[in-house]
Structure formats: structure tokens, C-alpha cells
Design a protein around this ligand. Structure first.
Ligand SMILES: *Cc1c(COP(=O)(O)O)cnc(C)c1O
Length: 366
């Protein structure tokens, strides 16, 4: 059996342990997963109703154009309907884009560390990856612009960035767009944009008419709380969307997913409540870090990348024994950090207590 050279040696995505597995292994009563930036409040109650209704029609193919969801999304974000490309998660929009655009000999430019799917999909298409280290946790857009050459096809800007949580400001982003040739696609991956609570964040949708090479990615997996249904989308100029759309499968978003996303979109109250709580929980974590002089990266997302001056693996193991699954920074390019998704207030309180306890334990050993 022969696979194409570009995929040889690549590893499939390694999912972490499920809460059920951890509960069984460690004999715990309750395990909370705060490792994948899911919404701790679940989804709007309207979602399960809409999904149940959709499940009454499982024999019928979904609407391949996702018309109802498209219409509502376009109206809410203020773009035209044919500016949208829906995917089975925004992960799939990244795949479709790479599939449509990249050939061996091409390259992409990304930050490092950043969301790994840019690299993974570009490698499969045979492209080279030019990675530009984050500067103090933030995208170094000047250095990224310098890396662009005549073989560059896509530049990925993850804003806010996963796993650092940091954001790129409006002025910096516009200056960057002005430096990038118009035949190079710039992706602004805004998986966490609903959570952003700074004024200094680019309004990229309003820039699309001016920059025909800009593709904005959004998702229903994070703040909208429907990660399992898999819906994300890209927004760009009609010509850009039309050019890459043939790379999409005809029925890539299923009926339950479309119905669930539509219901989630309409419940703006639920979204606003989640976002408000997230900002409050973020402030508590940041304050906690300040008070205890723990290093952290300022977050505009629903997670924090922070350090208690111990190897990420040790912190991960300690929290897991206490019933909290977080992300070990050692696997993310930050060996002294952990990435913690903000959970419910009472869980966050306990995590901070556990972090302090661990820190004090270690200090008494030293
Ligand atoms: C979670 C995440 C995504 C993927 O979202 P899906 O829509 O669930 O595929 C994309 N980009 C970033 C930066 C993310 O953190």
C-alpha cells in the first residue's frame, strides 16, 4: 500500500482521555474536562429541540447549500449569502482551503505555536511550512510578512491565538494586510472572537471588500457550545469563496448540525450570558496569577495559558488526580505552562486552590 509522500510520517490527531476514562482509571466521582475550550454551560436549550426535530428526517440528505443557516448567518453578521462557505467545523474549512489552493512547491506562513491544523493540512497537500515564533506569546506580524515569498499561497493568523490566548490588534492587522500581496490568501481564524472583550480587535468582516484575499473563519464549536455537531464557516469575497468551494463535499454539514447551529445563532441571550461569565472568570484567573506572580499570557479567549513554575506535565497530573483535565503545555510548545479552559465559577475556584496547594507542596519540598 502506498500513500502519497506528503502524508507519510504524519500522525493522526491524538485525542486526550475522556472524562469517563479518567473517572474510571482514578476512581473519581466527578471529572471535568477543561482541555478543549468547550463551553462549560453547554448550548442553548433551543439547540436540542432543533436537533431532535431534524432527527425525524434522517432518511433525507441534508440541504447541501445550508440555505436556512446561510440566510440567518449572513443577516446577523452583515454579509451577502454567497460570501459564506460552511464546513464540518472550521477545521474542514481549513482542509477545503488547503485542498483547493496548495500544491507541492507552495508554502504557507504561520505563527508557532499556533493551531496545528494549518500545518497538518498544508503538509498533506505537499506544501512547505514557514513558522514564525510568537514574540512574548503574540503573533510577530512583521516577521511573518517578511517570510512571504513568491511561493507563499496562504498566511494563517490565529486571532485570538490558540494556545496562547493572545490577540492581534486592529491597527497591526491592517498594516499587515497592506504588506501582503493580493494574490496571497490571509486567513484570520476567529474561533474565539465572541469572547473578545478588548476594543482593540480588528473588525475583519468590514475589511473584506477592501481585501479580496482575506478569509475570516468562525465556528459554532466554542462560544455557541455545539462542538459535537461540527459547524464552522469561512467569510470572504464572493470570488474567493466561489473559487475554493468546488473542494467541498456536497453534504458536508448534516441536517442536525445545520438545525442546531441555526437555533444556537438565534439565542443571542444565551451567548451573551456565556460571554459575560467568561470575562468575569478570566479576570479572576488573571488576578490570581498577578497576586501569586505566576506567569500568564493575557487572554482574549475562553482559556488561559499559565505557569506555576513547574513542568506542565506535573501540573496536568496533579489537576487530573483532583478531577480536572487541562492541557499539558509540554505538548503545545510551552513546557512550563498548562492551558486551562475557563469552566464554571465553582470549578475555577477549586482549580486555583489546587494550583496554590501544589505550589506550596513543592515549595516545602525544596
Ligand atoms: C477550536 C478551534 C478551531 C476548530 O473549530 P471547529 O469549528 O470545531 O472545527 C479552529 N481554530 C481554532 C484556533 C480553534 O481553537
Amino acid at each position: 500500500m502506498q500513500v502519497k509522500p506528503s502524508i507519510r510520517g504524519l500522525k493522526p490527531y491524538q485525542p486526550g482521555k475522556t472524562p469517563e476514562e479518567v473517572r474510571e482509571e482514578l476512581g473519581l466521582e466527578r471529572v471535568v474536562k477543561l482541555a478543549s475550550n468547550e463551553n462549560p454551560y453547554g448550548a442553548s436549550p433551543a439547540v436540542s429541540e432543533a436537533v431532535a426535530e431534524a432527527l425525524a428526517h434522517v432518511a433525507v440528505y441534508p440541504d447541501g447549500a445550508a440555505r436556512a443557516l446561510r440566510k440567518e448567518t449572513a443577516a446577523r453578521i452583515g454579509v451577502r449569502e454567497d460570501q459564506l462557505l460552511f464546513g464540518n467545523g472550521s477545521d474542514e474549512v481549513i482542509l477545503i482551503l488547503c485542498r483547493a489552493v496548495l500544491e507541492p512547491g507552495d508554502n504557507i506562513v504561520t505563527a508557532w505555536p499556533t493551531f496545528p491544523q494549518y500545518r497538518h493540512n498544508a503538509l498533506i497537500e505537499g506544501a512547505e511550512i514557514k513558522e514564525v515564533p510568537l514574540q512574548d506569546g503574540f503573533h510577530d506580524l512583521d516577521a511573518m510578512a517578511e517570510e512571504v515569498d513568491s511561493s507563499t499561497k496562504i498566511v494563517f493568523v490565529c486571532n485570538p491565538n490558540n494556545p496562547s490566548g493572545t490577540h492581534t490588534g486592529a491597527e497591526k492587522f491592517r498594516a499587515f494586510m497592506n504588506q501582503i500581496p493580493k494574490d496571497v490568501i490571509v486567513v484570520s481564524d476567529e474561533a474565539y472572537h465572541e469572547y473578545v472583550d478588548t476594543e482593540d480587535y480588528p473588525d475583519t468582516l468590514s475589511m473584506i471588500d477592501e481585501y479580496p484575499n482575506l478569509l475570516v473563519l468562525r465556528t459554532f464549536s466554542k462560544a455557541y457550545g455545539i462542538a459535537s455537531l461540527r459547524v464552522g464557516y469561512g467569510v470572504g469575497k464572493e470570488a474567493l469563496i466561489a473559487a475554493v468551494e468546488p473542494g467541498r463535499e456536497p453534504f458536508n454539514t448534516n441536517s442536525a448540525a445545520q438545525a442546531g447551529a441555526l437555533a444556537a445563532l438565534k439565542d443571542s441571550r444565551f451567548l451573551a450570558d456565556c460571554v459575560k461569565s467568561n470575562s468575569a472568570e478570566k479576570r479572576k484567573f488573571e488576578q490570581f496569577c498577578e497576586e501569586n506572580q505566576f506567569h500568564y499570557y493575557p487572554s482574549q479567549a475562553n482559556f488561559i495559558l499559565m505557569s506555576v513554575d513547574l513542568p506542565g506535565g506535573d501540573v496536568f497530573n496533579h489537576l487530573q488526580r483532583k478531577g480536572f483535565i487541562v492541557r499539558n503545555g509540554e505538548a503545545l510548545g510551552f513546557p512550563q505552562h498548562v492551558r486551562i479552559t475557563f469552566g464554571r465559577p465553582e470549578d475555577n475556584d477549586r482549580i486555583r486552590e489546587e494550583l496554590l496547594a501544589l505550589r506550596q507542596e513543592e515549595a516545602s519540598v525544596d
